[in-house]
Write a protein of this length. Structure first.
Lengths: 91, 151
């Protein structure tokens, strides 16, 4: 199973767990499995159409899935996936 | 020093305190970055409702465009911050940034981009000089509430 790293702000939705082992052959399958197990995460990760929100970055290792095969990016047993919230603001 | 949750009229307030060096480092970053916005991460511990910031990391404002009005932190800098928290056994408690020539209150842009749980420290820097600092946190209605800074 792949390892998925939950960012600090979203750990309130995963019982304070920072790393999870999740089944799935693609990013889409892993995210679906994750939100099935932790439903409160869903609104933070996916829009009403079930697509990843624009302010959520998903990295496989050090690579943004936008530069890979997006949600169809392959996931292997030793894949480490990071959910990275966009951090921004200003006046 | 034991600090209890501050309560007034039965309402709980969120409380944050800074080690002197961290506050000075944030202010110094805000001044040296002026007229652009500075940004960085804050680390520490939370006990009995009080957040204590013991360490900060200064991060490059990666916003492409007008950095006098906007800041952005790159995903790789975010990953580094989470790793730093793991390595040092501290909690990643929030983000600081400056508002050049504007008050230390969050804008609508700040609110729309804010994450749950994080403390958002805002420094007001006017004409290159420090004016004020305030800290904010989203409530369950996605609105900012001010955290009381106790030092």
């Amino acid at each position: 199973m792949a390892t998925i790293i939950i960012p600090t702000p979203l750990r309130k939705f995963t019982n304070s767990t920072s790393k999870l082992e999740i089944k799935g052959g693609s990013i889409k399958e892993v995210i679906n499995e994750l939100t099935l197990n932790f439903p409160e995460l869903k609104k933070n990760l996916l829009d009403d159409a079930g697509k990843l929100r624009s302010f959520v970055n998903i990295f496989v290792g050090n690579d943004d899935i936008r530069s890979l095969q997006q949600e169809n990016t392959e996931v292997k047993e030793d894949t480490v996936i990071s959910i990275i919230p966009a951090i921004a603001g200003g006046i | 020093m034991q600090i209890s949750m501050v309560r007034l009229s039965n309402k709980s307030f969120k409380v944050i305190q800074f080690e002197t060096t961290t506050k000075e480092a944030m202010i110094s970053d805000g001044i040296s970055t002026f007229p652009n916005e500075c940004c960085g991460f804050m680390f520490g511990k939370e006990e009995e409702g009080v957040r204590s910031i013991t360490s900060i990391t200064i991060v490059n404002n990666s916003k492409e465009g007008d950095k006098r009005r906007r800041f952005e932190i790159s995903p790789m800098d975010y990953i580094q911050a989470e790793r730093f928290a793991d390595d040092t056994d501290l909690n990643l408690l929030g983000v600081y940034h400056s508002h050049p020539n504007h008050p230390s209150v969050p804008s609508e842009h700040d609110r729309l981009n804010a994450q749950p749980y994080f403390s958002y420290v805002i420094l007001s820097i006017a004409n290159g000089k420090f004016v004020s600092v305030q800290s904010w946190r989203l409530n369950d209605d996605q609105q900012f509430e001010e955290e009381k800074i106790i030092n």
